[in-house]
Design a protein around this ligand. Structure first.
Ligand code: ZN
Length: 403
């Protein structure tokens, strides 16, 4: 094939699709919750070595990076995909076993199939196609399989301290369209202290629920920032915790977690300064209570034994619709896939925010459907994966060229 690889991308699916699908099945069959990615990381490293990557290394945080050296004429590109996945929940609610990786009705089923072992398998094999066809990308191509994306993006943040690329492609679900940004995610905690007493005499204590009940209602009065492209910032109360195990005690402390999705330009500091006066008002109305609003921190431990505390902040990002990387990516994909490629905005947050925050222009392209992520029916269409393999192969061959 060689020189005609670009001209015959359709053959890539016929020739290499089946083994990529089989690799994806093995990835899904290997559970890898955040902090427990070791088995999948070994599988990924072995696969990259077998496919003929020039170099395969793991860092101390457990990220695995395969390198294909470029011709030295273009820019370096990072394909970025995460190895961890969210909890499958109750296996009985699944149509097929969550770690089965079974194929039914043209779809590959299981936890992580769409988010994002399918796209990850396609990225890894796209690099493998170049290696086996004896083709070099214009600049170095890094295929990075990272840890702990689902708990805030520790893997990518640490990876960027040692591996730099000029451009990046994040493989989160885009139905093989091109994504150019998303809102950020900021997790906050409203912590309210009252005074704990026997539940038979609540008037003798100070009720922290009374403060947080007011606070939840007043969230609806916030004037949330708006953006033409990204929509509005949103806030959702999520977890509610107290310092009590007993149901006949008025707790002394209650904590409410907030999931805030911020439009580009809205900083965590701005979010805090919007929320703090609201909480202060509610505290003032309940005599004897005290409260504070803070950014939540994740205490994380990697499968390699490293630990770190990180604020739960996924930065937003947005490349302009006419940014050269967006235009170039769209052109390459439309030509490779022989169809129009839409430019979309992701609803959810990704490691793309960390890449952009580190100064690496990033686009998204992922063979999976966003509405299936984190569901008990998670699956990925096999045909979409094979088309994704063609898309990544084309991006690997051309994205680093010029510009
Ligand atoms: Zn994901």
């Amino acid at each position: 094939m060689n020189e005609s690889l670009e001209a015959n991308l359709a053959n890539v699916g016929d020739r290499y699709g089946a083994e990529m699908i089989s690799f994806c099945q093995r990835l899904v069959q290997t559970p890898s919750l955040p902090g427990q990615e070791g088995d999948v990381a070994r599988l990924v490293a072995l696969e990259m070595e077998g496919l003929g990557y020039d170099e395969v290394r793991s860092d101390s945080w457990g990220n695995v990076v395969g390198l294909l050296r470029g011709q030295g004429t273009g820019r370096s590109v990072m394909f970025n995909g995460h190895m961890d996945h969210v909890d499958p929940g109750n296996a009985r609610e699944w149509p097929y076993p969550p770690y089965g990786g079974e194929i039914h009705d043209g779809r590959l089923w299981g936890r992580g199939a769409a988010d994002m072992k399918g796209p990850l398998a396609a990225m890894i094999h796209a690099g493998g196609i170049l290696a086996r066809e004896g083709r070099r990308p214009p600049g170095d191509l890094y295929v990075a399989a990272v840890v702990q994306e689902e708990v805030g993006g520790l893997g990518t943040q640490k990876l960027l301290q040692t591996v730099r690329a000029d451009l990046a492609v994040v493989g989160e679900a885009s139905s093989n369209q091109l994504a150019r940004g998303h809102r950020g995610r900021i997790e906050l905690v409203a912590r309210v202290r009252g005074r704990s007493v026997h539940a038979s005499v609540p008037h003798e204590g100070v009720n922290p629920h009374a403060v947080l009940a007011r606070f939840v209602q007043r969230l609806e009065t916030l004037d949330l920032a708006q953006d033409v492209t990204f929509g509005a910032s949103t806030v959702a109360p999520t977890l509610y915790l107290t310092d009590q195990q007993s149901s006949n005690v008025l707790p002394g402390e209650a904590r409410l977690h907030l999931d805030w999705r911020n439009i580009p330009g809205e900083t965590p500091e701005e979010v805090l300064s919007q929320l703090r006066p609201l909480l202060d008002e509610c505290v003032a109305e309940v005599e004897g209570s005290a409260g504070e609003l803070v950014l939540h921190t994740h205490d994380l431990c990697t499968y390699t034994g490293q630990s770190e505390s990180l604020p739960a902040v996924f930065p937003s990002f947005g490349l302009e619709a006419d940014h050269p990387l967006v235009r170039n990516g769209q052109r390459i994909l439309a030509s490779a896939l022989s169809r129009p490629v839409d430019v979309v905005i992701w609803r959810f947050a990704t490691d793309g925010g960390h890449l952009m925050a580190a100064g690496v222009p990033t686009i998204g392209f992922g063979p999976a459907e966003a509405h299936l992520l984190h569901t008990v029916g998670e699956n990925v269409p096999v045909e979409m994966l094979v088309e994704g393999l063609m898309g990544y192969t084309a991006l690997a061959l051309e994205l680093g060229r010029g510009h």
